[in-house]
Design a protein around this ligand. Structure first.
Ligand code: GZL
Length: 326
C-alpha cells in the first residue's frame, strides 16, 4: 500500500514557536480585511513539471480560499524574486510567500519585509538565514530524506552486484536547498556500500535540456556508467534522451533514479526507462492558504510543516498512473 501524502505537522520547539509568535502587527502589513487577505507570491520559475504543478496548486487554492493573489515568475533568477518581494512590500500586501531559488542572500530583503510588518512564509525551498524570525514558517518536503530514500533503494538493488557501481549525478540548481540536501541524503545512504561510487556530478539546473546536455557529456567522458541519480524527473527524462541517442537502453544498460514523481516521470517509470522515483509533493496550495490565514490573524504556527511522501517502483507506477493529480 502506498502511504498517502499527508501533512505531518512537525511539533515546533518552544523557541521556534516563540519566534513564530505574533503574525501581522499594526505596521505596514495589511493584517487582512473583511474581504479576505492579499498574498504576494514570488515563484522560482517554470523550469520543471513539478514547478508547473506547484504554481497551479497555489493559484487554484488562492482562488478557492478567496485570497487575492499577486503572482510573479522569477525565471529562476534570485534578483527577480527579490524585486518581486520588494514590490509586494511597496503594495503593503498582508503576507508574502515564496520558494527561494537558492538558500543564501535573503536576509536583507526579509528584514525589509519584517520592518514593514509583513509576515513571510517559505514554501517548497528554504533559506540558510541564521535569523529564523525573518519568516513565520516553512512548508515543504524533507529533501535530505528524499535523497536518503533514493540511496537506500540503490544499496538494496545493488546488493547482489559484484564489483564497482559507477554513478553519475545530475544535480539540481546550484545552491538550491533541494540540490544541496538531496545530494547529502543520497551520499549518506550509499556510504553503506563502498562499491557504490559517484564518478561524475554536475548541475543540470532542474531542467530537461540541462539533464540531456550534461548526460551527453557524462556519456562521452565516462565509458562505463551503471546508474544515473537525477535530483528531479525532468533531468532524468533529459538523460533518457541522451542515453537512447547513444544506443543504450535506459533502465537496463543504465539504471535511473529520480525525485518528484510528476506525470511524465511516472510514465517513464511505468515503461521501465526509470527504475525508481522518490515522490516530492508540489500540491502545497491548500496548506499554504491555511497557514497564511493563521499568520495574518496573528495565530502561532509550527516552525516547519513537512509533507509526508512516498516512492514508486515501475509496478507501483503502473497501478497509480491514471489517478495521479500531477
Ligand atoms: C522541490 C522543488 C524542485 C523540484 C524540481 O521541492 O524545489 O524544484 O524537485 C523543481 O522539479 O524544479
Amino acid at each position: 500500500m502506498f502511504k498517502k501524502t499527508f501533512v505531518t505537522v512537525i511539533a515546533a520547539t518552544t523557541l521556534a514557536l516563540t519566534a513564530c509568535g505574533g503574525g501581522a502587527g499594526t505596521g505596514g502589513g495589511g493584517g487582512g480585511s473583511e474581504d479576505g487577505i492579499t498574498m504576494g507570491f514570488a515563484q522560482v520559475g517554470a523550469e520543471s513539471g513539478w514547478r508547473t504543478a506547484n504554481t497551479k496548486s497555489v493559484q487554484e487554492s488562492a482562488k478557492e480560499a478567496g485570497v487575492d493573489l499577486k503572482f510573479s515568475d522569477a525565471q529562476q533568477k534570485q534578483e527577480n524574486q527579490i524585486k518581486a518581494i520588494r514590490s509586494y512590500i511597496q503594495q503593503q500586501v498582508d503576507v508574502i510567500a515564496f520558494s527561494p531559488v537558492v538558500e543564501s542572500g535573503w536576509d536583507t530583503v526579509l528584514k525589509e519585509a519584517k520592518d514593514a510588518d509583513i509576515p513571510v512564509i517559505l514554501t517548497d525551498r528554504s533559506v540558510d538565514s541564521a535569523d529564523t524570525s525573518l519568516y513565520k514558517t516553512f512548508l515543504g518536503s524533507d529533501f535530505v530524506e528524499e535523497g536518503k530514500k533514493a540511496g537506500d533503494w540503490l544499496v538494496e538493488d545493488s546488493a547482489s552486484t559484484e564489483g564497482p557501481v559507477n554513478i553519475v549525478e545530475l544535480q539540481g540548481t546550484t545552491g538550491a536547498a533541494p540540490a544541496i540536501d538531496r545530494k547529502e541524503g543520497f551520499e549518506a545512504a550509499i556510504a553503506a556500500d563502498p562499491d557504490l561510487k559517484i564518478v561524475e556530478s554536475q548541475t543540470g539546473d532542474f531542467t530537461r535540456s540541462g539533464g540531456k546536455q550534461v548526460m551527453e557529456a557524462f556519456l562521452k567522458n565516462t565509458p562505463d556508467i551503471d546508474v544515473v541519480y537525477a535530483h528531479n524527473d525532468d533531468m532524468g527524462l533529459g538523460a533518457i534522451e541522451a542515453i537512447e541517442a547513444a544506443g543504450k537502453v535506459p533502465g537496463k544498460d543504465i539504471k535511473i533514479i529520480t525525485v518528484d514523481a510528476v506525470k511524465d516521470g511516472m510514465a517513464a517509470l511505468a515503461e521501465g526507462k526509470i527504475n525508481y522515483i522518490v515522490e516530492c509533493n508540489p500540491l502545497l496550495g491548500d496548506q499554504l492558504m491555511d497557514l497564511a490565514a493563521k499568520v495574518v490573524a496573528g495565530e502561532e504556527v509550527p516552525a516547519r510543516v513537512v509533507t509526508e511522501e512516498s516512492a514508486f517502483t515501475p509496478e507501483q507506477a503502473k497501478e497509480v498512473l491514471a489517478s495521479r493529480e500531477y
